[in-house]
Design a binder for this molecule. Structure first.
Ligand code: CS2
Length: 493
């Protein structure tokens, strides 16, 4: 079988081997600008939109993918070379792979090379929505001050150089300013990141920035921009070299960056789109009045569950999430954490079967075909912890509920931050606060609560005697006994 490079020219030949877009991509117009074209976007929004574009009457909702950071050069170059096309490989529970070429990304831009082009694209009349996957840390929110971080050097840069911005806030501000000047229709800015109230967060952070950068724009934004909240879900591991090789061997498709993901997908969105929206509900998305209970459920069960498996699994020397969850002591701990500490904090989920949801999470985590990397899950825990774990602790403390397992997890993270697993092997820690975490973790050897001094992560947790007592106990237990024995004793308590 001849290898076919994935691009427009080869699309119909590739269509003899796997599913390809059946619609004419040449006539699809860009209605959405998406910032952050990593794996998750390409497994989720771009997938839903590709399905939607198969409805022949829909031509106005193509996506322009924007790579915002220097770091994104490789993905930009790949998509450019492949005419925006890539393969989505769904790793089914029975071990088979469902492959399809996704065609919804009809243009790509690389912001560092041509910032004006990106600003103009966001400000063009046919664009109705800007969607974002810029990661938890990308919102520039500081947990300690509970506000926008104006000390970030990139933000300082954007305030001083409005025409050549580097952050999403600089780009959006310039684009909205242009839309106002041109008398254009309003626009929706839709976050697809794992943040509670992600629409509100986007709105609050953007308005903080605009109030300094372009105060005259505040009123226009108030009347012309909507920020729907949304819950997004699909486990999307980092593409491995074996995935690329396997696609070539099994289907003769030469794709430099396919995306791999689980079969499950969910998108629950607040219907708040000022200039119209794609009918994503026709391809499986749900539009609801109030999305926050769903976001909370997902962040505090799935994402926090991932962090539990990631941190404990890393300390035990595992590499993938399925290895961690298939250790009965870890999975029992996770179940207890979900039932005793998270579930009491969730409310407002009429019609959702929480027990079934938690059970389905354990099955999804246990999918041995996904091979989701513990390294991916543990990356940027300093940005994830305040969103995935801290709200549970705060809520439980406020109602005198149990925080024992969350304290154990936090103490495990302190040990993890020292940089080696239980067997003395080095951990590859990827975190913007890696250095600070490591310093505090070293101080914690003398005074465990030193770790909680990182206020941008823990807020005022160190001031809470109930939490600190549980944290110190857990810390001492972990340093005097191995993790598994500790888990056994917690699980049997
Ligand atoms: C993960 C998420 O980054 C993480 O820690 O929990 O990427 C998770 O896989 C997705 O949110 C699933 O929807």
């Amino acid at each position: 079988m001849e290898n076919l490079k994935i691009n427009n020219k080869n699309l119909s030949a590739i269509g003899q081997r796997i599913a390809v877009p059946k619609y004419n991509r040449d006539i699809i117009k860009t209605g959405i600008v998406h910032v952050g074209i990593g794996g998750f976007h390409r497994a989720h929004e771009a997938f839903y939109t590709d399905q939607l574009l198969h409805n022949e009457t829909i031509k106005e909702w193509g996506i322009c993918g924007v790579a915002l950071l220097d770091f994104d050069t490789k993905i930009y170059n790949t998509l450019k070379e492949q005419d925006g096309l890539y393969t989505l490989i769904v790793k089914e529970l029975d071990g088979t792979h469902t492959k399809r070429v996704i065609g919804s990304i009809v243009e790509c831009l690389y912001a560092p090379e041509n910032p004006i082009k990106v600003i103009e694209k966001m400000a063009s009349p046919e664009v109705k929505i800007v969607t974002l996957t810029i990661t938890e840390g990308g919102y520039n929110y500081n947990e300690a001050t509970k506000s926008f971080d104006f000390t970030n050097p990139l933000i300082i840069h954007d305030l001083e150089n409005p025409d050549t911005p580097k952050t999403i806030f600089g780009y959006l501000t310039q684009a909205l300013k242009l839309r106002k000047e041109h008398g254009l229709n309003g626009i929706t800015i839709q976050s697809c990141d794992n943040i509670q109230g992600n629409g509100h967060m986007t709105q609050n952070m953007l308005l903080s920035y605009v109030s300094k950068a372009e105060p005259g724009l505040m009123d226009w934004i108030d009347k012309n921009v909507s920020f729907p909240n949304a819950m997004v879900d699909r486990i999307t591991p980092v593409t491995a070299a074996e995935d690329i090789a396997h696609l070539k061997e099994s289907s003769g498709i030469d794709d430099a960056w396919p995306v791999v993901c689980e079969p499950f997908k969910q998108w629950v969105i607040e219907d708040n789109f000022i200039s119209g929206r794609p009918s994503w509900e026709t391809v499986g998305a749900q539009f609801v009045e109030d999305v926050e209970p769903y976001e909370k459920m997902k962040l505090q069960l799935l994402n926090a569950g991932h962090s539990v498996l990631g941190i404990l699994g890393a300390l035990l020397g595992y590499n993938t999430i399925d290895e961690a969850v298939n250790n009965p002591n870890i999975s029992a701990f996770l179940k207890h954490y979900m039932d005793k500490e998270v579930t009491p904090t969730l409310g407002g989920l009429e019609g959702v079967d929480l027990d079934a949801y938690k059970q389905s999470l354990l099955e999804r985590f246990g999918n041995i075909n996904i091979k989701d990397q513990i390294e991916r899950i543990c990356s940027e825990t300093s940005a994830k912890y305040p969103i995935f774990i801290l709200p549970t602790i705060q809520s439980q403390l406020a109602s005198n509920g149990s925080i024992k397992l969350a304290a154990f997890l936090t103490a495990s993270w302190a040990i993890y931050s020292l940089g080696t697993d239980e067997n003395g092997n080095a951990l590859n820690i990827k975190d913007a606060l890696k250095q600070d975490l490591n310093e505090k973790a070293k101080e914690a050897k003398q005074h465990p609560t030193a770790f909680l001094e990182l206020e941008s992560v823990f807020g005022a947790l160190k001031q809470n005697p109930v939490f600190t007592e549980a944290f110190v106990n857990a810390y001492n237990d972990i340093t005097s006994n191995n993790i598994e024995d500790n888990l056994k004793s917690i699980n049997s308590a």
